[in-house]
Design a protein around this ligand. Structure first.
Ligand SMILES: Cc1ncc(COP(=O)(O)O)c(C=O)c1O
Length: 413
């Protein structure tokens, strides 16, 4: 089985990217988002890890990993978006334009003005957990819808924040549709990490919330003596995380921004397939989106993210589950001197993909077109830790989803 499907972006429009990106993340928002996050209880920066020996092994100048497994107590970056969107929603309900501190938001008079609210989100795990966590911090309720087949560990993690969790008989995309209908009837405030017609403001805040991670990473890189990465590999479900990274870097560095590579599961490659359709439109990915990369198991690109990714990504890559599983094991068994990184299925997809880009016989053209070589400094985001601990052990201890023997020799696709 082929380790990668990929498309080099013939429609790259770097010249219109900076403007497109600033429509999603205006430069001035980045500081405000970071300020808001810094006040959250228990908040601290996540580490940026350098995998020096791994970079050497793969023929790269450096691999830098922003380790979101250590984000608050939640083991994923997702809380950054959910919490910031909840903050903006509350500010709007209070009619406040300026910054509101966390202690003001949780003060008795403000709580009385807000009354009892219910936040609602559809999730395949991490986003819902972030929204439930933010709601509980603010003394409010959360209702979370999850797709059929969701692992019990992911459900329990969200219930642990006091949320009402409902598993629906459908995919993540069905959960998104169902919660927006139910919320209208019940008066819940939907905090979605994807947009649809007439519902764009909140998902834009979610995307803006993710920029804290890139802003921290950029500062940490500078402290390590590097002005910027040359490449940024971003895993995508609906593409909100990816567009946050792309928009952040284009806003900060303009034409000096790194090359962006989007990585998805083969079974849920809605962004790659939309790019392949070459009509400029986002397309729904058919099928049951069955992949171990639960956070990336999405069939519909976020319409806010799609136009920016379409114009600004250098390449789109999809990979089967064994690629992510290899990434998990590579992180878990570091080469000499490198730190160990605990990385879940969606978190490890980009390291797995990078290893096949650099090492598989069929990837030469992709490697060359991306100019990935010994001068490259590659930034990866470990977007989650072991959020499904049982499956993590199956992969890392028992070797589930092994790499098929022929994978490194497969012809190019
Ligand atoms: C761990 C993890 N990584 C990556 C993603 C992808 O984010 P997006 O759906 O914004 O593309 C998700 C989404 O839930 C996730 O949970």
């Amino acid at each position: 089985m082929r380790p990668l499907n990929w498309l080099h972006n013939e429609k790259l429009h770097r010249d219109r990217c900076v403007d497109a990106a600033s429509g999603i993340v205006p430069r001035e928002v980045v500081e405000e988002v970071r300020w808001f996050h810094s006040q959250l209880p228990g908040f601290r920066e996540t580490p940026l890890r350098s995998l020096t020996s791994m970079a050497e092994e793969l023929g790269l100048g450096g691999i830098w990993v922003k380790d979101e497994a250590e984000r608050c107590e939640l083991s994923s970056f997702k809380v950054l978006g959910g919490a910031y969107a909840v903050y903006r929603l509350l500010k709007r309900r209070l009619g406040e334009d300026g910054p509101l501190s966390f202690s003001e938001l949780t003060s008795q008079p403000v709580r009385e003005r807000l009354g009892a609210l219910t936040f609602a989100a559809a999730t395949d795990g991490n986003h819902g957990r972030g929204v439930a966590w933010a709601a509980s911090m603010l003394g409010q309720r959360a209702v979370i819808y999850m797709p059929r087949g969701t692992k019990q560990a992911r459900i329990d993690a969200i219930r642990g924040h006091g949320a009402d969790v409902r598993v629906i008989d459908g995919t993540y995309d069905d959960a998104v549709e169902q919660i927006s209908r139910d919320a209208q009837r019940s008066g819940w405030l939907v905090v979605s990490d994807t947009a649809w017609e007439g519902y764009e403001e909140i998902p834009r805040w979610v995307i803006q919330g993710y920029t804290t991670m890139f802003s921290e990473a950029q500062q940490q890189l500078a402290e390590a003596g590097l002005s910027a990465p040359t490449h940024l590999l971003l895993q995508a479900g609906v593409g909100s995380l990816a567009v946050a990274g792309v928009s952040f870097y284009l806003g900060q560095l303009g034409q000096g921004a790194p090359k962006f590579v989007i990585v998805e599961p083969t079974k849920a490659a809605c962004i790659l397939e939309s790019a392949r359709a070459a009509d400029g439109q986002p397309h729904k990915f058919p099928g049951n989106l069955d992949t171990i990369m639960a956070g990336l198991s999405c069939g519909q690109p976020n319409p806010l993210a799609w136009p920016v990714l379409r114009d600004c990504a250098e390449a789109f890559v999809s990979c089967p589950d064994f690629v992510a599983a290899r990434g998990m094991r590579m992180y878990a068994a570091p080469l000499s001197g490198d730190p160990r990184v605990v990385s879940g299925e969606s978190g490890a997809a980009t390291l797995g993909a990078l290893s096949f880009i650099m090492q598989a016989a069929g990837s030469t053209a992709l490697r060359d077109s991306l100019r990935l070589d010994q001068k490259s400094q590659v930034l990866l985001i470990n977007t989650e830790g072991a959020t499904d601990p049982e499956h993590y052990r199956q992969v890392v201890w028992e070797g589930a989803h092994p790499v098929p023997p022929e994978a490194f020799d497969c012809a190019q696709t």
